[in-house]
Design a protein around this ligand. Structure first.
Ligand SMILES: Cc1cc2nc3c(=O)[nH]c(=O)nc-3n(C[C@H](O)[C@H](O)[C@H](O)COP(=O)(O)O)c2cc1C
Ligand SMILES: Nc1ncnc2c1ncn2[C@@H]1O[C@H](COP(=O)(O)OP(=O)(O)O)[C@@H](O)[C@H]1O
Length: 311
């Protein structure tokens, strides 16, 4: 099992069964493809290999359109590995790479580097300069280049009814439970605990301020959420606010802060992973600190109900 970042230093894979994609989010649609890759690799006595791109192609092709991602590269790689794939190759998505014609992509990139036994791709996958390559071109070259093509049919991809874009939209609207359904796991963001204004403890709700480790990762819509939080190897329940804390400040600085239940420790500079379970409400400007405290009390009750498994 290994991750390769340098395409000039690849081992000779044995009967490589490969698939290619950006896989942002490693959602249920991606998982269907990874499952097929695993199954075919076993059937053909080959090694399973996922080729993925970094940076995300849209960042290079459309630099003016901001794009926040669902999974930082390290998370994406570990999710693919956890799905049981043997090798992940990270391909630098450069201008030069994007400019390969569809036939160069097949012969100079895929065949020369991987000598694939089998290539698995979705029925609608496009590749090469201007995305002119498709599955029929790949099939045309199969005999000459000694590989098989395995097509993931529309039913399998569409059955998942999932796309990275749909998940980004759901999260940007705060619909985190819908994101969970499409991802097959709760959406999560990892970050470091930084110092805040130290007001939280004075109102009885200390809140760890989180700075995401990857500034390119999507942070869900402003609002209050029930969350599970990983601190080292332990998962804790908590409630989290994303927003501008309008009750206590007029500064337009977006904060992400979490109050952990049944927890009391100084965790400045430590790493937390926040998994978004349920949206509770919008952030509000309350008339007083007492009203804010009352709201936090209610949020804690609601979050506890949501996060506690029914007996
Ligand atoms: C679950 C939760 C919900 C919150 N909801 C609001 C809110 O609706 N409006 C608001 O102004 N601040 C809200 N806050 C933020 C508090 O204003 C903030 O935690 C407090 O001022 C402490 O800030 P500090 O950690 O920077 O000291 C919320 C915080 C949490 C943890
Ligand atoms: N239950 C808890 N939930 C969140 N943070 C806690 C908790 N107990 C202790 N802490 C610590 O207190 C800090 C938050 O206190 P707070 O007064 O809100 O200060 P700050 O404004 O610097 O975040 C956290 O960063 C963490 O180190």
């Amino acid at each position: 099992m290994a991750v390769f970042y340098d395409i000039t230093k690849l081992p000779a894979f044995h009967n490589a069964v490969i698939t290619i994609g950006t896989f942002d989010g490693v959602h249920l649609g991606h998982r269907a493809i990874l499952g097929e890759l695993k199954r075919l690799a076993a059937e053909r006595h080959g090694e399973s290999v996922v080729l993925t791109f970094e940076p995300h192609p849209r960042k290079l092709l459309f630099p003016d359109q901001p794009l926040k991602l669902l999974t930082p590269l390290s998370k994406k790689v570990s999710l693919i590995m956890e799905a049981g794939i043997q090798h992940v190759v990270v391909i630098p998505f450069t201008k030069e790479f994007a400019n390969l014609s569809a036939t160069e992509y097949i012969e100079q990139f895929l065949v020369k580097n991987f000598h694939p036994d089998c290539i698995i791709i979705g029925y609608d996958h496009k590749f090469g300069h201007d995305r002119t390559g498709d599955i029929s071109l790949l099939k045309q070259y199969a005999g000459k280049c000694h590989y098989h093509v395995d097509e993931i049919p529309a039913q399998l991809i569409d059955a998942a009814a999932v796309s990275s874009t749909k998940i980004r939209k759901a999260l940007n609207d705060g619909r985190v439970a819908e994101a969970t359904h499409m991802l097959g796991r709760p959406y999560s963001v990892e970050g470091t605990v930084i110092a805040g204004a130290q007001r939280g403890r004075t109102i009885g709700y200390p809140t760890a301020n989180i700075r995401p480790s990857d500034p390119e990762q999507l942070v869900p819509a402003n609002g209050v959420y029930a969350v599970r939080v990983r601190h080292n190897e332990t998962w804790l329940n908590g409630m989290l606010n994303i927003g501008f804390n309008p009750t206590v400040t007029t500064e337009k600085i977006r904060h992400i802060e979490v109050n952990l239940f049944d927890f009391n420790a100084d965790i400045y500079n430590e790493t937390l992973e926040v998994a978004f379970i349920s949206r509770l409400r919008d952030e509000k400007k309350f008339g007083s600190l007492d009203e804010l405290k009352q709201a936090l009390h209610n949020d804690k009750e609601t979050a506890t109900q949501i996060l506690t498994p029914n007996p």
